[in-house]
Design a protein around this ligand. Structure first.
Ligand code: AP5
Ligand code: MG
Length: 188
């Protein structure tokens, strides 16, 4: 059983590591970014409402995100653990999650903050733009995503430090080294 939250700026490797760890631990990998991108592709009402915010590098409003997380964590497969990637992303999402977990009688075991300097993040995301063509991987939008991260997401690090579940990891090292560290952390 493991319940983990991946914190960290855009391009830090949240998705990369969350996917590997979810396979290892056999728990669902819940990425709000992936859910929103699928909704966008399928042109659902959620996708249509979220699109402009995502393309601008802004957070999608909480009223579109919170119900989605409540529904997802209430699904059967999330009973035995989960890995959250990209949620929570501001103080109100963090306190919503706190209350939701109390209702579900669950606690978060680890909040993992992947630390990577902004210039490395910019380089990684510009490189990904060549390969994957994500519409928010262009220089202006990446810059805005980084600002939004520093202004709105970074403040929740203290929230998890206060609850003694925070672990900071240097994410500016090879993928395999970060994975190895994480395996030791969650499996020990
Ligand atoms: P989201 O999809 O969450 O994107 P993000 O946080 O901007 O971060 P990324 O997914 O780009 O990076 P990542 O940390 O997952 O890194 P990855 O492993 O991919 O959010 C997108 C948008 O959706 C938001 O801007 C917002 O609009 C909306 N949204 C999502 N959640 C929301 C929420 N809760 N509330 C409101 N709005 C929300 O790696 C990046 C690249 O680097 C890859 O190419 C990878 O191969 C490479 N890489 C990874 N690790 C390493 C390494 N160690 N060394 C070298 N390269 C590496
Ligand atoms: Mg991601």
């Amino acid at each position: 059983m493991a319940r983990l939250i991946f914190l960290g700026p855009p391009g830090a490797g949240k998705g990369t590591q969350a996917k590997l760890l979810a396979e290892l631990l056999q728990v669902p990998h819940i990425s709000t970014g992936d859910i929103l991108r699928s909704a966008l592709k399928a042109k659902t009402p959620l996708g249509q409402k979220a699109q402009a915010y995502m393309n601008a590098g802004e957070l999608v409003p909480d009223d579109l995100i919170l119900d989605l997380i409540r529904d997802r964590l209430n699904q059967q497969d999330a009973n035995q653990g989960w890995i959250l990637d990209g949620f929570p992303r501001n103080v109100s999402q963090a306190s919503f999650l706190d209350t939701l977990l109390q209702e579900l009688n669950q606690t978060c075991d680890f909040a993992i903050n992947l630390e990577v300097p902004d210039e490395v993040l910019m380089a990684r995301l510009l490189e990904r733009a060549q390969k994957e063509g994500r519409s928010d991987d262009n220089e202006d939008t990446i810059r805005r995503r980084l600002e939004v991260y520093h202004n709105q997401t970074e403040p929740i690090i203290g929230f998890y430090r206060d609850r003694s579940v925070l672990t900071a990891i240097n994410g500016d090292q090879p993928v395999e080294s970060v994975t190895e560290y994480l395996k030791q952390l969650v499996c020990s």
